[in-house]
Structures are given as C-alpha cells and as structure tokens.
Ligand binder design. Structure first.
Ligand SMILES: [Zn+2]
Length: 215
C-alpha cells in the first residue's frame, strides 16, 4: 500500500513538471474591442521584445488581469490613437498569457521591431522587484509555443525594450536583469531608435471610429 502511494505521488509529480501548461486567454474572454486595423505579421519573426506595463500595476486574479488588458487597450487605442492594444501578448501575475494582437498581426510596441517581432508585456512595474516565478515561466512557455508553432524563428533573439529604444526604462531594471540570463538574449541588437529619432506615425487613421467602452 505504501509502495502504491509513493508510485502515485511520483507520477503526479512527474506530470506537473513535465508538461508546461500554457493558458492563452483569447480576446473575447477579456472583452477586447475589435482592432481598428490589422497588418499581417510575416512569420517566423526573428525577435522577441520584452516589455513591462509599468502601469497598470501587477495583477494576480484573472478578473484583475482582464481589466488590465482593457485598460491598456483603452490607453493605446483612445489616448495614443493606435489600432489596438500595442502588444502581441501580455502575461499576468495569474500565470496566464493574454492575447493582444496575437501571433498574426504587427504590433505597436517598438519602432523598427514591430514588423519583425512578437512583443510581450509582463504586466506590472518591474523596476525594483522581479515578477513572480509563474509569470516568468509563462513568458518562457509562450515563447516556446511561438517557436513550436512556427511564429517565432528557432534562432530568435530576445531583447528588452530599452535595448532598442533609447529613453525608456522598459522592461524595468529588475526584470531586465533576469532576461539577460535567458536563452537567446541578444546583448547588442543592431537596430536601435534614439529618443530623438523621428519615428513613422503609426495607425492614426481610424481613431474616430473607436468609442470609449462603457464602464
Ligand atoms: Zn516597453
């Protein structure tokens, strides 16, 4: 009986570690507004760009993270006049990945890199403290899924936003220090935008069709 008990524990333990669970929350679940426009992303992309949200702050419950997604979409579509939430995906402190523009659409998160990368926002302000382990694991699982499914090149390069855009602290010093040790981290990406370099206007043609969602 004891032997059987140990065997069952061993199986359960192996299962929980062997298969990374990736829970991608679709746009419909967090009640995204439709995108005002879409540009198809050519796959596989050679880069992954990591961001933090700074604001909204970290979320831990699914309902909270879903509200954060709506807040970011409002900010990007209404205040910044972009077609949609800027990121391809965001990852919450609840350990779930949230579909932003998704795998197939060009994002608005890093000039020069939007059409050659998947932009992932780690929800929270990670300047002084690191994200919880399960949030970091989900970022890595999401990237692995992108590679497995052919959206991200197998030899992709991983960068933090501030490496390719001068004048931002994103993704925060504490998170950046961690991703420097991740596989595929690129210490010297060749394309960079300085804070004073004019960047092409993005997606400002359709804004008057976007209405504030009812609270
Ligand atoms: Zn950023």
């Amino acid at each position: 009986m004891i032997a059987l008990y140990v065997f069952v524990i061993a199986i359960a333990g192996a299962a929980s570690h062997a298969v990374p669970v990736l829970d991608i929350v679709p746009r419909s679940k967090w009640k995204a507004r439709p995108a005002a426009g879409v540009t198809a992303l050519r796959r596989p992309v050679p880069f992954v760009v990591v961001h933090h949200s700074y604001s909204p702050p970290a979320c831990t419950a699914p309902s909270e993270c879903e509200a954060s997604m709506r807040w970011m979409q409002d900010y990007h579509q209404i205040n910044r006049s972009w077609w949609d939430i800027g990121y391809n995906f965001a990852v919450g402190g609840d350990g779930r990945a949230y579909e932003g523009r998704g795998w197939d659409a060009v994002g608005a998160h890093a000039p020069l890199y939007n059409n050659i990368s998947i932009g992932v926002c780690v929800i929270g302000d990670w300047s002084d403290t690191a994200p919880p382990e399960r949030q970091l694991e989900t970022v890595q699982n999401l990237i692995a899924e992108g590679v497995r499914a052919g959206y991200i090149a197998g030899d992709y390069k991983l960068v933090g936003h501030k490496q390719v855009r001068k004048g931002t602290q994103c993704p925060g010093d504490a998170l950046y220090a961690l991703i420097e040790a991740w596989p595929h981290y690129d210490s010297a990406p060749s394309l960079r935008v300085s804070s004073t370099t004019p960047t092409p206007p993005v997606e400002n043609t359709e804004t008057n069709r976007i209405r504030k969602r009812k609270a």
